[in-house]
Design a protein around this ligand. Sequence first.
Ligand SMILES: [Zn+2]
Ligand SMILES: [Zn+2]
Length: 189
Amino acid sequence: MSQIATLFQLNDSLPECSDPADPVQAEMALRYAMLFWLAKAEQHFNKNFPQPELDLSLRGRCAGQAYLQTWKVRFNLGLLKENYEAFMQEVVPHELAHLIAFREFGGKIRPHGKEWRWVMEQVLGVPARTTHQFDVTQTAKQNYLYHCACPERTHALTIRRHNKIVRGTNYLCKSCNSILIFDSERNAK
Ligand SMILES: [Zn+2]
Ligand SMILES: [Zn+2]
């Protein structure tokens, strides 16, 4: 059994937090929750995984974002304040499951496809929901929605850029270097 799993035999539950608005407490809770869910994965696969790097600088409407190549997860402390339980029970395992699915099945899988769902449900024991809370960005005039290979990532483009793509220009995601693929047009209000 791994070190982390042994550690959590002593205290096999998610952390409580008296004040999730306190960034120090929030960070400790996130680190602890990450180890808690990581221990479940290690038990399932009977091997150790590296600890993901945590970055707490995410802003906006996206709760978390997994960086597969660099084994890093960004969390949104502004949203954690209001959604502490959801972060512990759902957001942390959701993002960790992206890392594990990538490591075990490679980079060609769909972000919320069957491999990710299997990790969520069979490995971590969490319902595999993809809720609105994980969606990104509402910026005025950027009404053309594209995706790349990053999980959770929606790129909202202006009509100017969209028209350039229609005419044959390719735009690459700066994080994953994949070509942006058109999803849908958002109704402008
Ligand atoms: Zn990307
Ligand atoms: Zn996701």
